[in-house]
Write a protein that binds this ligand. Structure first.
Ligand SMILES: C[S@@+](CC[C@H](N)C(=O)[O-])C[C@H]1O[C@@H](n2cnc3c(N)ncnc32)[C@H](O)[C@@H]1O
Length: 478
């Protein structure tokens, strides 16, 4: 059991819903137990009403007692207990996890044959871990490819060959006026991703994230392997500024894409990205989205850990036709059994992406501010949360742009975003990463059949179920 120090004071009854949601998700995502002690003067019956309201919202059966209320979810049991001057929210994990398989792929869509050919050749090079015999110069030509998928993949492969490359479309990106410096209007649709991450920078630096395009190729392969036919409509959930959404249009040019994105900071970028493409952007969260419920394919990239995983899966399922396909790509961490262990895994997982991104960047090639940042990132003590907070404070300073500079400065700046994500994860405001077996178990709870699972990039551990970038194909039963 965790400590009983009051973590917060709650002045109004509705605040209890956030804390119950947090404990539910912690246990759902794999912590054996989690307890929060909250100081409050709010009358118990009001607290109870709001706990019941939350339970109704997530469709969890509950029992009310004189001194408490008990919620039962498929993988978590949570009790809210009244104490004098406070409430105690305590949850524990219930139920075990599951496992996967594969088939014959559909041919790529005609209009995307060249993109698929290049992508598969690059994936083969990437699998050759460094591909020492290959000439970087041949791959370097692909950094200028019109396809963002191919250019991003080429940059990743080059990095594996020891060349700290940046795709041309990222170099040429004109940030213009900051599109999303504002905060969310309400907390319901998004957990303020943009309050912790610099979305304006994310909108293009993210392309140098290790395995960013590889996850999309694997997602596309799973669609071709498991869909009954090539999709003509795709729902993309949590599109952010829209990089993977564009990659989807390149792999499946005949499909129309509905992109769901609640963040007021990311949405203007998404609108810009969607222009002149077969993408319709909707500014809403998946749990509130009221669009069609018969998509043959729903996908999501990097977003499953941005909301309650169960509500995320339920939302995707609701909008997918019976028998339809759901493909989710996201970062997952290794299995954990305590909060401390999880924090260490989250830190090491993000630090692995950071180290890989910076591995071949040379200080002397960079503008002075980026040189200093690189040195700080490489030399800092990274062992404790406090040290990581300090490093982030330093790394965040001076974020100018260098139009026309051909050094790989974007790689350094991407790692600031990764550090922001790391620290947000430690603070647990935004981060809800779970481990693959648990994600599979949650999907099974929601009646989704697992068709395939692959770890496309490893950050920690040697097993397919350890930390890294993962892709899952799920089917909504007919
Ligand atoms: C890490 S970003 C991923 C963006 C993009 N798909 C990518 O891979 O670059 C996670 C996204 O999930 C979005 N998100 C948060 N809550 C959501 C919700 N309830 N429904 C849909 N998306 C949500 C965030 O606003 C954010 O844009």
């Amino acid at each position: 059991m965790e400590s009983l120090r009051p973590v917060s004071v709650i002045g109004s009854a509705e605040r209890i819903e956030d804390f119950v949601a947090k404990v539910v998700q912690e246990c759902q995502n794999g912590l054996p137990s989690r307890a929060l002690h909250l100081a409050t003067q709010v009358p118990w019956h009001e607290i109870g009403e709001h706990v019941a309201r939350y339970a109704d919202r997530v469709q969890a059966p509950y029992t009310r007692r004189d001194t408490g209320i008990d919620l039962r979810l498929p993988r978590a049991a949570v009790t809210v207990e009244r104490l004098s001057g406070s409430v105690f929210v305590c949850g524990h994990r219930t139920g075990p996890p599951v496992s996967p398989e594969d088939g014959e792929p559909l041919p790529p869509p005609g209009g995307a044959a060249e993109v698929w050919r290049q992508a598969e050749a690059l994936m083969e090079l990437a699998a050759g871990a460094g591909a020492r015999d290959e000439k970087p110069a041949r791959v370097e030509g692909l950094l200028k490819h019109d396809s963002w998928l191919v250019a991003t993949l080429a940059s990743d492969v080059l990095n594996r060959m020891g060349v700290p490359a940046v795709p041309r479309f990222v170099r040429d990106h004109d940030p213009g006026a900051p599109a999303g410096s504002h905060r969310p209007a309400d907390g319901s649709a998004t957990e303020a991703w943009e309050a912790r991450i610099s979305v304006d920078e994310y909108s293009f630096f993210e392309a140098v994230h290790p395995a960013y395009a590889m996850q999309m190729v694997e997602l596309g392969r799973m669609v071709r392997t498991h869909a009954a036919r090539l999709p003509d409509r795709i729902l993309d959930v949590g599109s952010g500024p829209g990089l993977p959404t564009v990659m989807l249009t390149e792999m499946f040019p005949d499909a129309r894409i509905d992109a769901v994105e609640p963040s007021p900071a990311a949405f203007p970028h998404l609108l810009r990205t969607a222009e002149a493409r077969r993408i319709t952007a909707h500014r809403t969260g998946i749990t509130e989205y009221t669009g069609p419920e018969d998509f043959p394919l729903a996908v999501s990239v990097g977003s499953s850990h941005h909301l309650d995983t169960r509500m995320f899966l339920r939302g995707l399922k609701r909008h997918t036709v019976p028998g339809g396909l759901i493909v989710v790509a996201d970062e997952m961490i290794s299995r954990f059994t305590s909060e401390e262990e999880r924090s260490r895994i989250i830190a090491d997982h993000h630090l692995s992406y950071i180290d890989e991104t910076l591995a071949h960047v040379r200080e002397e090639d960079l503008p002075p501010a980026e040189r200093r940042r690189l040195r700080a990132l490489r030399e800092a003590d990274r062992r404790t949360p406090e040290a990581l907070h300090r490093l982030l404070d330093e790394a965040r300073r001076d974020r100018r742009f260098y139009p026309g500079d051909e050094s790989p400065w974007q790689r350094v700046r991407f790692t600031v975003l990764e550090l922001e994500a790391l620290v947000a994860g430690l603070d647990y405001d935004v981060e809800r990463k779970t481990y693959p077996d648990n994600f599979i178990a949650l999907a099974a709870d929601e009646g989704l059949e697992l068709l395939a699972h692959r770890r496309v990039h490893a950050t920690l551990g040697t097993s397919d179920r350890d930390a890294g970038t993962h892709v899952f194909a799920l089917r909504r039963p007919p």
